[in-house]
Design a protein around this ligand. Structure first.
Ligand code: PHE
Length: 465
């Protein structure tokens, strides 16, 4: 089965270590940057409710499937699919698809994290104080257009990511997450606490916006967006949870640990709304500002708030921490695959894969610059950055998730699956329910999203856009 004898694969030092590392992977730019703005665009409460439904019905089972596959095979994605399918089958390709997704996502994720690093520096130098709103949003536009500066931060962020992965599962990933995740929780609680006291009932309005469902504000599209986002935010569909699961001991309860990770991720997304919206509402702005919400609008308000320097520093540090603990999981998938497949040392694999991803991300760093790679945009109608994000989050992750559900539900031998699930006595229905969802519900829902994307449903007249 596995190339590794059981004893030689590193394991997490403790169960808490696994949970913090997996939550660290899940909690990232998806929670703090993306969730508040897409919830804003989709009208708030009802979107949140539907998103929660997607997380429970599709996200949780697929997370369990990934951890199960990793733990049962003790392999990174490619080997995991090989371990439970016939020799010569094409299933390992799904593993490679995941590795490619990790490679692609990290290449631009690192550029966004670089923006946050830049804003940490700007906060430190109290750059936002007394600036006019249009000057503040101008900062972002200038940064976006300055390829060399983006390249510098991209390099710095990739170096940090590589240095963590290089230090190994326990000494690098687990140790970093053990420090950064509690710091992240603390910062977000402090910021939400601060938001409580903002003028003009900002917090109450934020609560109302986030939790009161309004049917009329929702479009059919929102449902699909909610499902798509649940993959990205839970790090599903590309083998990150699978790889982390391959370092998990066999006694840990699959359901309980997955549930904890999902709950933490969801909690942080909701808290992010309760941190970002009050600031917007209390200054009379709407939360529909789109992708620029965090980088353009918030600093506008930090410029006027009492204690703005500290608040904006804390906020952008939070974004950097969240991004780093996600980035290490992306790199770990690629690095672990090279180690498992080519037999390279961790050091060599981390350095080479990290350098390759850095190089691949260079066009993303120059996406807004136009000096280099300008031809890309004219060829594909989207710049390099947007093309990669579109490919990865709209196609690679949902496709990967679909195949993972089908593989674990239909292809993996029953005996191996049952043993790896390890249902506690008297709870056999849990296992039955899990397999049912993996076989039917999860694939059908994901398929619906993909069919909608290629326009099949619209053509059949089933669904408007
Ligand atoms: N879940 C991370 C976030 O929300 C992104 C990510 C996706 C990380 C896929 C790993 C794998 O930002």
């Amino acid at each position: 089965m596995a190339d590794h004898p059981e004893g030689s694969r590193p394991l997490w030092g403790s169960r808490l270590g696994f949970i913090l590392a997996a939550a660290g992977s899940a909690i990232g730019l998806g929670n703090i940057w993306k969730f508040p703005y897409i919830t804003g665009e989709n009208g708030g409460g009802l979107f949140v409710l539907i998103y929660l439904g997607c997380v429970v019905l599709v996200g949780l089972p697929i997370m369990m499937a990934e951890i199960l596959l990793g733990r049962a095979s003790r392999q990174s994605p490619v080997g995991a699919f090989a371990a439970f399918s016939r020799k010569g089958s094409s299933w390992p390709l799904v593993g490679w698809l995941g590795v490619a997704a990790g490679f692609v996502i990290l290449s631009y994720y690192s550029v966004v994290a670089g923006w946050a690093l830049h804003y940490v520096l700007l906060s430190l130098t109290d750059h936002f104080r007394h600036l006019q709103p249009d000057q503040v949003s101008g900062i972002f536009d200038t940064l976006y257009g300055a390829g060399d500066i983006n390249l510098f931060w991209h390099l710095l962020f990739m170096l940090s990511t590589v240095s963590v992965v290089l230090a190994g599962v326990q000494g690098g990933i687990e140790k970093t997450c053990r420090v950064m995740m509690p710091a992240l929780f603390l910062i977000i609680l402090l910021l939400v606490g601060y938001s409580l006291f903002l003028p003009n009932d900002g917090f109450l309005k934020a609560l109302d916006f986030t939790f009161t469902p309004h049917l009329e504000r929702l479009s059919r599209r929102s449902v699909l967006e909610a499902l798509g986002h649940s993959f990205f935010t839970l790090s599903l569909g590309m083998g990150a949870m699978l790889t982390y699961g391959s370092y998990l001991d066999r006694q840990a309860s699959l359901l309980k640990t997955s549930l904890q990770v999902v709950l933490l991720d969801t909690l942080i997304s909701l808290l992010a709304c309760l941190m970002v919206y009050p600031v917007m509402f209390s200054f009379g702005l709407a939360p529909q500002a789109g992708p620029g919400l965090v980088f353009k609008s918030l600093p506008m308000l930090f410029a006027q708030l009492p204690g703005g320097l500290l608040i904006s520093l804390a906020f952008f540090m939070l974004v950097v921490f969240a991004a780093l603990t996600s980035a290490i999981s992306l790199l770990e998938v690629v690095t672990a695959t090279v180690m498992d497949r080519a037999g390279w040392s961790r050091r060599r694999a981390a350095l080479v894969t990290g350098a390759a991803i850095f190089a691949f991300g260079i066009p993303a760093a120059y996406a807004g610059d136009g000096r280099l790679f300008g031809a890309w945009a004219s060829m594909f109608g989207m710049n390099f950055f947007d093309t990669m994000d579109y490919l990865a989050s709209n196609w690679m992750l949902p496709l990967g998730g679909l195949f993972i559900a089908i593989f674990t539900g239909w292809v993996m031998p029953e005996a191996a699956r049952r043993e790896a699930f390890g249902a506690p006595a008297g709870r056999a229905w849990l296992y039955t329910g899990f397999v049912f969802v993996l076989r039917w519900l999860a694939p059908l829902l994901v398929l619906l999203v993909l069919l909608h994307k290629i326009g099949v449903l619209q053509e059949l007249g089933v669904m408007g856009s």
